[in-house]
Design a protein around this ligand. Sequence first.
Ligand SMILES: O=c1[nH]c(=O)c2[nH]c(=O)[nH]c2[nH]1
Length: 306
Amino acid sequence: MTVRLGANQYGKAENRVFRVYRDSARHQIRDLNVSTSLRGRFEDAHTVGDQQDVLPTDTQKNTCFAFAKEKGVRSIEEYALTLADHFIAATPAADGARVEVEEYSWDRIAVDGAGHDHAFVRGGSGVRSTVVNVDGSGQDRTAHVVSGIHDLTVLKSTGSEFQGFLKDRYTTLQETDDRILATSLVARWRYDSSYVGRGEIDWDKSFDAIKALLLQRFAEIHSLALQQTLYGMGEAVLEQHPEVAEIRFSAPNKHHFLVDLSPFGLDNRNEVFVAADRPYGLIEATVLREDAPEPGSAWHAVPGFC
Ligand SMILES: O=c1[nH]c(=O)c2[nH]c(=O)[nH]c2[nH]1
């Protein structure tokens, strides 16, 4: 029997890096969860246990913290790209690096109508993330950035219908022209790698605008199905953001079922629902430009988005 090593990568997962900028009394904070991985020519580490090519995961962890001080965290994308390039330069056997960063948002606590200088409350709407994959270095470098948001829980109490669907002998679902539409959205968008390579993207501005647009379109679109809502949200992002090549969604349909109150002599005109947690419909869709550049390793190891 002959066996060989297949795809592999290694790194330090979930480094909880917390950076405080205390240059003035009004502190700024960035609360991150950083995972690193290197891939490349690491056969010997696996097949004969030779570690000479292996930059330890412990070193990768240390670098995440040291760079938060030395280089700072202007945006999670810039921080991740800097780390990825560094790991490739520091590890001759590495052909590529993957750095994933989640950012937990904090809002200033309002005291007497003003945001406090150094007291914060966890922000509620969604977790920002990025997955950076860099292949090679110097002239041969290609950088891919997939940014996104998850746990963006949204609901509309009307403006959603679901009817005209295929029926067979097992169909019991009633058609409706007025239902609750709710989801905990995962959206990830791939930046056009030529924009990434030219360093032309204002990452924070792009994220804020895309998040606002996703929410705006969710609110505005009269939904005929979650599928149609997602497509409309993706279309708007691609229309308004030339820097984005593709956007992918994963959206659990958080069903709200009308409760039958007739046993109690009560009518129920879309007023009382049971919010079911499972099972749930799971609607997933990609919206991309016809001429989107090839993704390369952009979606490498992004769970559920291969
Ligand atoms: O928006 C929806 N899409 C579906 O595909 C579906 N299927 C279902 O039972 N309810 C819904 N809702």
